[in-house]
Design a protein around this ligand. Sequence first.
Ligand code: PXP
Length: 242
Amino acid sequence: MSIALHVNVDHVATLRQARGTAYPDPIEAALAAERAGAEGITVHLREDRRHIQDRDVRVLREVVRGVMNLEMAATEPMLRVALATRPHHVTLVPERREERTTEGGLDVVGQRAGLVDIVKSLQSAQIKVSLFVAPDRAQLEASRALGVEQIELHTGEYAEAFGHHAAALAALADGARFALSLGLRVAAGHGLTVANVGHVAALAEVVELNIGHALIADAVIVGIDAAVRAMRGAIAHGRRGR
Ligand code: PXP
């Protein structure tokens, strides 16, 4: 099965917000990423609005041709944004204000009660729901019980361990197999780079990758087009080599 690349353009907005200018524009970056072959665009509207702004989400929803995936915390205010903008997918992520990035997976087991209504409201609006979780069987079972369409496996531990990653990769492989056996669509992301993406792309169950920071960092040097093409090349290489 083929694998979709969703480019996360949050950090184009990080650069813009650093100076409060109108540039660089994450919308322009998203369109360039799609022209280079990305199947989808991902943004994380954080509660503190440190990078992506509400207007970015609204405009992206209008102009993105492929899949638009909105990452957000499972809260009422964010639910209102999602219902107003209606992205194709919503990925529910844990969010702590002091963190630099999304540090762990969602605790679906512990937070089931708070997630049920939000998942139902999104699904009633025909928005597909994905949960960002660690490759942990209990979390995957709880995700299945909530009735979501997809889970996104948190690849952060694997990425950090890269070079000594056998255990972390085995956990991802087990999580991907188990999730698919439960009937869940399997995405993955966080911390992926041209160097480390191959092993994740080689997992047959994974059909979508969400990649942001390293790809945008590469784009600063070589441009979005070349950065997306290089990432696609690394993904295809990993997929073929499995
Ligand atoms: N997937 C999810 C659910 C995320 O929260 C993030 C970070 O916003 C990513 C993927 C992308 O991670 P990175 O920016 O490290 O590629």
